[in-house]
Ligand binder design. Structure first.
Ligand code: UFG
Length: 342
């Protein structure tokens, strides 16, 4: 049994689908603070299999202890559950430190207590900050975090590193995601931000759908070919596949050290204007936008050196930016027409 924390969220739900498809038994634990329980129904609709589900707040040690006591068959964990809004973390730092760090420590304690030997951790390219060299590889320097959210990812990796040093029987993989986008091709699950989206792609799809008047492009005066900022947008299904590979690597003892780190990106950067243009072309929908000032804390450009993940995990992103944007658009339409009013 694989425990997927945050399994009703964006990346967690897609990864649960891939795990079920591969024949794994899946237990989702989520406090539903930023997601909905009916995602479980749709995971079942896609796969024909229903994951176990517990509404658990993993930052609460008693609730976490109970979860592990109730499910003694957990062999491995993929830990997604975390607060992830960069701006909110600046406003509410303690919420982020408490939630993201306590949950990790509660899980690690229970792994020791119940002899669970494998953990895949959901990390972020935010740990690299504004990189000095591109593309960024796994040994690129870790920069001072730009936000409490980013800091929780750095501290989490440090906690894992320290535990790995003294717990050679436990194996860890940290996956540093670049910018996850897209949705399941069935359009039954996808990204579902509460309120006004912070991230580019949901803002674009909501603008396309008519829910937002215009996308604000944060800055066209960066040192990039068209002046807008550059990111490495990675499809959520491609990303999910990397988690399955990581879980199998751990379960089959193929890991080379008991703490490994991999970048998960496409290796290609796209500017905000390129994303808008690609969306318009692939989805046949114009996007109103206006250029405004830079967003505080944004970096200019980042994309991944994917060689290590390609070679060691045998994993490569397959979807193009256009394909990912199309699935995100299909999901936006499906959600608004079929699910929102329920
Ligand atoms: N952008 C806009 N308008 C918007 C939203 C975003 O122009 O309304 C721009 C941003 O300025 C940036 C790009 O689109 O250049 C991507 O922005 P996102 O907010 O989608 O993503 P970020 O790169 O800022 O943040 C993401 C994740 C974080 C993670 C970070 C690591 O959301 O969790 O990558 O760099 F920490």
């Amino acid at each position: 049994m694989i425990l997927v924390t945050g399994g009703t969220g964006f990346i967690g739900s897609h990864t649960s689908v891939e795990l079920l498809r591969e024949g794994f038994e899946v237990l989702i634990a989520d406090n539903l603070s930023n997601s909905y329980a009916d995602v479980i129904d749709r995971i079942e609709e896609i796969t024909g299999k229903r994951p176990f589900f517990e509404r658990t707040d993993l930052s609460n040690s008693e609730e976490t202890d109970l979860l592990f006591e109730k499910y003694p068959k957990i062999e491995a964990i993929i830990h997604f559950a975390a607060s992830k809004a960069v701006g909110e973390s600046v406003e509410k730092p303690l919420l982020y430190y408490k939630n993201n760090l306590n949950s990790l420590m509660n899980i690690l304690e229970n792994m020791k207590r119940h002899s669970v030997k494998n953990l895949v951790f959901s990390s972020s390219c935010t740990v690299y900050g504004e990189p000095d060299e591109l593309p960024v590889h796994e040994r690129s320097p870790i920069k001072i975090a730009n936000s409490p959210y980013g800091n929780t990812k750095q501290i989490s990796e440090e906690i894992i590193q320290d535990v790995a040093k003294v717990s050679s029987e436990i194996n860890f993989i940290s996956l540093r995601y670049f910018n996850p986008i897209g949705a399941h091709p069935s359009a039954l699950i996808g990204e579902l931000p509460l309120g006004i989206p912070n991230n580019l792609i949901p803002y674009i799809t909501q603008t396309g759908y008519g829910l937002r008047e215009a996308l604000k492009v944060f800055g066209d005066d960066y040192n990039t070919p068209d002046g807008s900022a550059i990111r490495d947008y990675i499809d959520v299904v491609d990303l999910s596949r990397a988690h399955i590979i990581s879980i199998k690597r751990l379960l089959n003892h193929k890991n080379k050290a008991n703490f490994e780190i991999f970048n998960l990106g496409t290796g290609t950067g796209s500017s905000v204007f390129e994303v808008i243009r690609t969306f318009e072309k692939v989805c046949g929908q114009k996007i109103n936008f206006k250029v405004v000032g830079r967003r505080e804390g944004d970096i200019e450009k980042v994309w991944a050196d994917t060689r290590y993940a390609n070679e060691e995990l045998g994993w490569k992103a397959e979807k193009t930016l256009g394909q990912s944007l199309k699935t995100a658009w299909d999901w936006e339409n499906y959600y608004r027409k079929n699910l929102e009013k329920k």
